[in-house]
Design a protein around this ligand. Structure first.
Ligand SMILES: Cc1cc2nc3c(=O)[nH]c(=O)nc-3n(C[C@H](O)[C@H](O)[C@H](O)COP(=O)(O)O)c2cc1C
Length: 385
């Protein structure tokens, strides 16, 4: 790893603090906050802290190898980049940077339906590491067209998010009056003024747009119109019937994201999902949700080895990824931590956040004497109270 970068930030927490000093307060709030009283975000953290890992120092093993085979393909590490909407507001070009960094690290990159670059652009940048996250639109033509575009772009993994049947209540965004483009109140003007590198990057790139969705607007449309369109259109409730329709049409791997219990896991598998992501949307939807890391073991017990069980929620280090793996996750995703890298250091930070997580995970696996990621689960794990 580059010494120069290590001196700037030696872990994700340090990246986050640089990020905070580089992006306006209302943008940091958008990225970091959860819903309601932020309890789910805090509980994701607390639950991870309760997972203890137990080494067996006297049993020899080979050096750690992070590569995993999952859903018919090999990746260089058991973690990937989670989908984040409105990515261009956090840092202009963020999704392109992340997509390219994921490709070069050979890990999955999931593009959100409402990210700031299009399916086609993400596919160019991430190539065969590109996964597309779908919020199914109520308009069936648009739904079919989004899937058609993903197929044409040679996307082989469709991630359907099921955990947004109603919009999360995010008090910080409400107080900040978060809009795209940012509405210039005295407060936001001051916040932008004091973050000149973000303001300059934004001026160079122009206002972030929802590029994947733009073609469906009847008129050229301004951002306010587009945001309104998204609110009204991308809101279909994903039940078994809709999931089945999507399964019937989607020719490649189908992953269901937002699984919060064994019943949904079983239903998703019955419908034909190839994998599930246990997730509480980073604590942005239901403040009283159960932290994903606490759900994995029960879900694995129930469904056995039928499909890979992936997970996200609260990852701030390679140690956290190890914790998820030790509970049985086959692949782990990170949302905010990855984005703190970009907000702190721009394009170089996208790759650097991945490198940091990789190095830390490698160290933990070495410490535990685990040669492969799936060996983590065999390790005795104590859970703190
Ligand atoms: C700012 C922000 C935007 C998000 N946008 C989406 C989205 O568009 N689609 C989606 O499926 N999940 C979205 N998520 C949830 C993430 O994909 C992921 O589940 C969550 O961030 C994982 O938690 P972590 O940030 O603690 O790693 C978003 C999360 C954040 C923080």
């Amino acid at each position: 790893m580059s010494n120069q970068l290590m001196k700037k930030a030696a872990n994700i927490a340090q990246l986050r603090s640089i990020a905070r000093s580089r992006i306006p307060g209302f943008v940091y709030d958008y990225l970091s906050a959860g819903c309601n009283d932020d309890l789910a975000v805090k509980n994701n953290r607390k639950a991870l802290d309760k997972v203890y890992l137990q080494p067996q120092y006297l049993t020899r093993s080979g050096p750690a190898q992070l590569a995993v085979d999952i859903l018919g393909r090999s990746y260089n590490a058991p973690f990937g980049v989670a989908p984040l909407g409105l990515s261009g507001l956090i840092w202009p070009g963020a999704s392109e940077y992340q997509a390219r960094a994921a490709k070069s690290a050979n890990i999955p990159f999931i593009l959100s339906t409402v990210a700031s670059i299009s399916i086609e652009r993400a596919a160019e940048c991430a190539e065969d590491c590109f996964w597309f996250q779908l919020y199914p639109p109520t308009d069936k033509n648009m739904l079919h067209d989004l899937m058609r575009r993903a197929v044409v772009a040679e996307c082989k993994h469709l991630v359907v998010t099921i955990d947004v049947p109603s919009l999360g209540i995010r008090p910080r965004d409400i107080r900040n009056g978060l809009t795209v483009p940012p509405k210039l109140t005295l407060g936001s003007f001051w916040q932008i003024l004091t973050r000149p590198s973000w303001a300059l990057a934004m001026a160079r790139h122009g206002t972030p747009e929802f590029e994947t969705i733009k073609p469906y607007l009847k008129s050229a449309g301004n951002m306010a119109e587009l945001s309104d369109f998204i609110r009204k259109t991308l809101k279909d409730i994903v039940d078994v019937d809709l999931l089945q329709q999507i399964r019937n049409q989607w020719p490649h791997k189908l992953i269901v994201k937002g699984i919060s219990g064994t019943e949904d896991a079983e239903l998703a598998i019955q419908v034909g999902a190839d994998a599930i992501i246990v997730s509480n949307h980073g604590g942005r939807q239901l403040d009283a949700s159960i932290p994903p890391v606490e759900l994995i073991a029960a879900i694995k017990n129930k469904i056995g080895q039928k499909v890979p069980v992936m997970a996200d929620g609260g990852v701030e280090s390679g140690v956290d990824i190890a914790r998820f793996l030790s509970r049985g996750a086959d692949m782990v995703f990170s949302g905010r931590a990855m984005m703190y890298g970009v907000a702190a250091l721009g394009e170089v930070g996208a790759g650097y956040a991945i490198e940091l997580l990789r190095e830390e995970l490698n160290q933990v696996m070495g410490q535990l004497g685990c040669e492969y990621p799936n060996a983590m689960v065999d390790h005795s794990v104590n859970r703190g109270s």
